[in-house]
Structures are given as C-alpha cells and as structure tokens.
Design a protein around this ligand. Structure first.
Ligand code: PLP
Length: 423
C-alpha cells in the first residue's frame, strides 16, 4: 500500500478490542444461541411513556431537523429540573448544561476542549476503554492509577465498595502537566459507588492542583447505597468539575445516543465549542423524547422502579454464584457484576487459540465459558494496563440488564461449571 494511503497511527495501532474478541468467539461457539451477558446493552425496551414520546416526536417537523448545537431547550430545562434535587439548586440550562451524542461524544468533546499534546490525564484502572483513545486523540497522555480488589476476593463475596483506590499512587501520579482526572461512579465494571470520604480526598487533590474532574456518572440512577456527586461537595469542587450523564443508561436506550455534560459555564462553553465542531448537534427527535422522559419519570415512578428492577435482576442472577460457591463483588450501583473464578480449574491442555492463549487467564475463562457453556462475559483485564492486568485475571464481568428468562438460562448453563470447581 502506498505510504500516503496508510491510516493514522491513532487508529492503526489499536489492537483488536475485547468486544470483537468476545462477539467473534460467541458467533463461532458450538453452543448456539449464546446467552450474551457481555456488552452492557439492555435486553428490553425503554418504558412505554418514553417510547411513545419518541414516536410522537418523529411526527413533528421541527423534531426532524437540526437541534441547536448546545441541545434542545426543552431537554436542557428538563435536565435542570430533574437534577435540582440532587444538586441543591437548579443548573442554568443555557450555560451549565450541554447536550452531546451520548456520554462518549460528550467526553471526547471535553478532552478535545482542554487537552493539548503532552497534557496528562489520570484514569483509574479498571477503566471504561473508550476513555483511553479519546484522551489520546488530542495528544493527551494517560496516567494510570490502579483500583485493587479486596485481598480475600478469591474466596469471599464482598461489597464492591471493598475495591480500593490507591491514594499513594494517585498523589504520586500528579505532575505539573496533570490537566484532568477521570472519575467513574457508579463504576463500570466494578459496581463500586465512591463514598463521600473517597470523593473528598480526590476532590481535595484536584482543587489543590487545579485539575479538571471529569466525573462519569452515567449510571447515576442505579445506586443501591447512598450516592454522592463529586460536584456537590463544595463550590470549589463544582468550579472544576464536569459531570457526565447518559440517556442511554437512564432510559434503557443505549442506541439513542443522547448524553450531556453539566458544569460551570467557564468549562461547559468549551465543551460545547468542541462538540459543535465534532458533530454540530445531536439526534433531535430522541432529545425531545428524553426531555419528556425526564419531565414524567418521577410521576411515572420510573426512577424508583429502575433501582428495584435492577436490584432484583442482580439478586436473581447472583444466586447461581452463591450455589456454586463462586465469590463476587456485590454491586453498590450500575448493572455489572464481577465474579471471581479462581476456583474454576480449566482442563489441562484445553485448546485455546493463539490470540486467547497469549492473554491473561480471564480471557481463557471467557473463551471457555463461551465454548463449553454458551455464556458470554467480558474479561476485565482489558480495562487494565498490561502491567496490572494480573490483578483481575480471575474475574469476569456479567451485565444483568437482560430479561429474567435470559438470566435464568444463563444460570442453568453456569451450573455446568460445577465439575470444574475445585474443593
Ligand atoms: C462508564 C461508562 N461511561 C460511558 C459510557 C457510554 O455512554 P453512552 O452510551 O451514553 O455514550 C458507558 C457505556 O457503556 C460506560 O459504561
């Protein structure tokens, strides 16, 4: 190929992502159909009132055309109203909220807005994989700080809150070039909700060193313990924090691609400026539907139903691990559960293909579950650097946002692990 036709390093250097590895393995598995608990999309529809709002929006001329680049006024007002009880005040819909094409594009816009080549961004491991490429695109350097599972996680089911942030490492990671820190609570994949004290320690460091906090709170309606938003700790913290939200996660509609960033006008205006140049504006009819979703969610009892329903799915699914004696991290939020398969003995000489054999043990576990039981889960070492991948080599991540019958099917299949469990 001619040199001039070659792709840029930022895409050509990327190795095969975990989603492709798992999806390709699932498609080729002898056990079909696969029960796919890998990727975090919902196995059911948004509630009727939100679906109807979307259908009706499609009939309106102005909903099928460009929206203002910062988002539809009705959605921004609905967000301001919906977040007011959590924020302690109403955010200004014009200057403190900007709508984006999902949380992903919102975060890319934030990095594009503030990162110059060589600037450093602190990311906790395990991380949501999209952060990394989004930081690197404007030339940022990712600096990793590990979160560690509980020491006895191999043999005990414990709260996901027992995963700890290495604060020594965090302090050491800060340099004069540290421009941003990415926080994710409730956390994917761990299920941890950072407590107030942890948030305060992170916030104090960021205020001291004037580091922008990008707080990814896309699972903010799914918490099973008290949930604090870092931006609400103090005016000083609010002044340096961009909070990220996602209608996809809130309304069971990950394909709608509606998200938002909230924060002080001094930060939000530049996120909007980047967003304008990336995609100009976001999907109009679905912004309108999300506005109606936020307007009606409380009166429909939707937010409380979200929590009850997801908790009941979590409970339903994890009983199989209790039966098998497989420990897991009991989620404090979100819809992922990390189970620890240290006790599962993979058969000697099992034929793993080279691209799996060379990866950490969690990839082998994932491959084995797909091929032998027909259940797909995600190997979380993908969300660590190579250096720290061993930390989660016994874990697999399962998404429980699936219909109950799918969860029951998965449980039945997982019972097939019994013969591979030691002791
Ligand atoms: C932690 C986290 N942040 C952001 C996103 C992306 O959200 P969106 O679909 O709104 O782009 C996801 C999706 O899985 C996620 O898990």
């Amino acid at each position: 190929m001619s040199e001039k036709l070659k792709p840029a390093a930022r895409v050509s250097r990327q190795k095969q992502d975990v989603w492709s590895v798992v999806n390709e393995a699932a498609a080729a598995s002898p056990v079909q159909p696969i029960v796919n608990m890998g990727q975090g999309f919902f196995g059911y529809n948004p509630p009727e009132f939100i679906l109807n709002a979307a259908k009706q929006a499609l009939d309106r001329v102005e909903c099928n055309q460009y929206s203002p680049t910062k988002g539809r006024p009705r959605l921004k007002k609905a967000l301001s109203d919906a977040y007011a009880p959590h924020w302690g005040r109403k955010l200004d819909p014009d200057t403190e909220i900007t709508i984006t094409t999902g949380a992903n594009e919102g975060m890319l816009s934030a990095f594009m807005a503030f990162i110059e080549p060589g600037d450093e961004v602190i990311v906790f491991e395990p991380f949501f994989d999209q952060y990394i490429s989004n930081i690197e695109m404007p030339g940022g350097k990712v600096v990793y700080v590990p979160m560690r599972p509980p020491a006895d996680g191999d043999h005990k089911t414990l709260s996901a809150g027992e995963w700890t942030i290495d604060f020594d490492c965090l302090e050491k990671a800060i340099t004069p070039r540290t421009k941003m820190l990415v926080l994710n609570t409730p956390h994917n994949p761990v299920g941890k909700v950072c407590n107030r004290e942890e948030l305060q320690r992170i916030a104090d460091l960021c205020v001291k060193h004037q580091i922008i906090i990008l707080s990814d709170e896309v699972y903010d309606r799914l918490f099973y313990v008290p949930f604090t938003r870092i931006a609400t700790l103090s005016p000083e913290v609010e002044a340096i924090t961009l909070t990220v939200g996602s209608a996809g996660k809130n309304f069971y509609a990950t394909g709608w691609r509606v998200g938002w960033l909230m924060g002080p006008p001094s930060l939000i205006q530049y996120v909007s400026a980047a967003h304008t140049r990336i995609c100009y504006s976001s999907v109009s009819p679905l912004q309108e539907a999300c506005a109606i979703g936020f307007e009606q969610a409380d009166s429909q009892g939707f937010w409380s139903a979200c929590i009850t329903d997801m908790q009941s799915k979590m409970k339903r699914f994890t009983t199989v691990f209790d039966e098998l004696g497989i420990p897991y991290s009991e989620p404090e939020g979100g819809y992922f559960v990390m189970a620890n398969f240290a006790k599962v003995k993979l058969p000697e000489g099992y034929p793993f293909p080279p691209h799996v054999a060379e990866r950490p043990r969690d990839f082998k576990l994932a491959w084995f579950l797909i091929r032998e039981l027909g259940v797909a889960a995600i190997p979380p070492s993908e969300f660590y650097t190579e250096e720290n991948a061993h930390v989660v080599e016994n874990y697999l991540r399962f998404a429980v946002c699936k219909p109950d019958e799918v969860l029951e099917d998965a449980k039945e299949r997982l019972r097939g692990l019994k013969k591979y469990i030691e002791g």
